[in-house]
Design a binder for this molecule. Structure first.
Ligand code: GLU
Ligand code: ZN
Length: 492
């Protein structure tokens, strides 16, 4: 059997962590089995359709760097891959289900259905489901005469699935095992085809998975409750369902479903914040899957060969933003300096530190400082905060930052005046000599070396956190260095 899997997003919002984790697992599973990965857009819900959602899908995966083998943007044998272009197919099967007695027309008005949802009494005597849309199955038992009458009155109609009233439905989940649900607990007769002639998710999803010869459905666990219904639809159409595998959930650290409350969830937001796609992919792969209990680093290529469903965890994956940042820092350190420079440039430009068309001096400055910040960055966007002092004057000093905890204002002023003298000779000495000079100064003043260097660091960079101090001084140059010290001295 050829492995064919799909990612089937609805364009109702932006691509977020959970969806992309699903897409990634599908992609990896396809690659690990020499199969095909398909993108199918489930855009049958006109009301929830979001204009730029499709664009976001393309941009997200372009950035992440993995792609589908078949989809709306590339020709494939099962086209079209946009459900909105397949309406005729769904309608045909919906009618077929009515003809075979597995579905029926429902003429109920939206008002009537709304009343039922509000808990109006059951009028039909047919048992209601427990998890329900509240539908009382009235039209399930309409006589042909009643049907003809409703049709003659020009009432709009939908097609509903006839969920069996008795018995139970079972399917096998590759991760969770056998799942059996009493039919009376299945939503009473969900709509398959809406009054506008468009299918609901359930109908279109089942039909397309079958027609597109999907072998395995790997999807979020929130779809597990729909799966019994889908199983019934497969049975009614006399089709063999694909294998099902509902993926472990992704939770926030508080055990709740991951959401905006926990932090960014939109993938393009991570890009903006300066995460590397390699880091995000690596971390997402470990959310609900593991190779063994220890190995953490995987390139996409490596994942493509080692991924397997057997290693999925039943327990939910917990999304830890700090861990992602840790991965990102690691991936930044692995980059070639030239590559890192090119990735940092957009951030420096955006923050107005480097011109759109950088001067040769700026380029030189950049190549000097990139190796210094490489060790310190956890995301690309942090670069401006770290190196901004090299490109422009410090806007404002924070006195609290300038004065070390152990010193008072006068002592700090004295440190700065002494440091100013030392700096006049700084460029004539080696780093080692300079270090000794600063050490001697600290000893003479009876304070710690750190308390000598801290006011200096803040004076030059505007911050207590900066690239290595001596290298920063060399990149800044003697004139600017002395000017900043003088300026700070005047603040006291
Ligand atoms: N369109 C559904 C979604 O947005 C697809 C669920 C499935 O994979 O069956 O997640
Ligand atoms: Zn009805």
């Amino acid at each position: 059997m050829q492995v064919r899997v799909r990612y089937a997003p609805s364009p109702t919002g932006y691509q977020h962590l959970g969806g992309v984790r699903t897409a990634l697992f599908n992609y990896l599973f396809a690659r690990a089995h020499n199969g095909k990965f398909i993108l199918r857009i489930e855009d049958t819900d006109k009301e929830r359709f979001q204009e730029d959602a499709l664009e976001d899908i393309y941009r997200t995966f372009d950035w992440l760097g993995f792609h589908w083998d078949e989809g709306p943007d590339i020709d494939g044998p099962y086209a079209p891959y946009l459900q909105s272009q397949r309406s005729e197919i769904y309608r045909k099967y919906a009618e077929q289900l009515v003809a075979s007695g597995n579905a029926y027309y429902c003429y109920c008005s939206p008002e009537r259905l709304e009343e039922l949802r509000q808990g109006a009494p059951d009028v039909s005597g047919v048992p209601k489901g427990t998890k329900s849309s509240g539908y009382d199955r009235r039209c399930r038992t309409l006589s042909p005469e009643e049907q003809a009458e409703f049709a003659a009155r020009g009432l709009t109609r939908v097609i509903r699935f006839k969920v069996p009233l008795e018995g139970s439905t079972a399917f096998y989940d590759e991760l969770l095992g056998n799942i059996e649900t009493a039919n009376r607990d299945i939503n009473p007769d969900p709509v398959l085809l809406k009054s506008d002639g468009l299918p609901t998710y359930h109908l279109a999803n089942v039909i397309d998975d079958h027609l597109m010869e999907i072998s395995h459905i790997l999807r979020a666990q929130e779809w597990l409750p729909s799966c019994s219904l889908h199983t019934l639809i497969y049975q009614a159409l006399k089709w063999t369902p694909p294998k099902f595998c509902h993926l472990p959930m992704v939770l926030g650290e508080d055990g709740q479903k991951l959401s905006k409350r926990h932090g960014a969830t939109r993938i393009m937001e991570f890009r903006k914040q300066g995460y590397l796609p390699e880091a995000l992919i690596n971390y997402l792969a470990l959310l609900g899957w593991s190779f063994d209990d220890s190995r953490e680093f995987f390139t996409l290529k490596e994942l493509e060969s080692v991924f397997s469903l057997e290693k999925l965890n039943k327990a939910p994956g917990v999304f830890d933003y700090k861990k992602l940042a840790w991965f990102d820092g690691n991936y930044i350190r692995k980059l070639q300096p030239e590559k890192l420079t090119s990735l940092l440039l957009p951030y420096l430009k955006q923050d107005g530190l480097v011109a759109a068309d950088p001067s040769p001096e700026q380029i030189e400055l950049l190549s000097g400082l990139v190796p210094l910040v490489q060790e310190r960055l956890t995301t690309l966007s942090e670069v401006s905060g770290l190196v901004g002092f090299l490109f422009k004057d410090i806007e404002e000093y924070n006195m609290e930052d300038l004065i070390p905890k152990k010193l008072d204002k006068e002592q700090t002023l004295e440190v700065l005046k002494n440091v100013e003298q030392v700096l006049k000779g700084f460029f004539d000495h080696s780093d080692e000599e300079n270090e000794n000079i600063f050490r001697d100064l600290a000893k003479e003043m009876g304070i710690k070396l750190g308390d000598v260097l801290l006011p200096l660091r803040v004076a030059l960079t505007g911050s207590r956190i900066s690239p290595p101090l001596f290298e920063s001084i060399r990149l800044l140059g003697q004139a600017k260095t002395l000017k900043r010290i003088e300026r700070v001295i005047k603040l006291f």
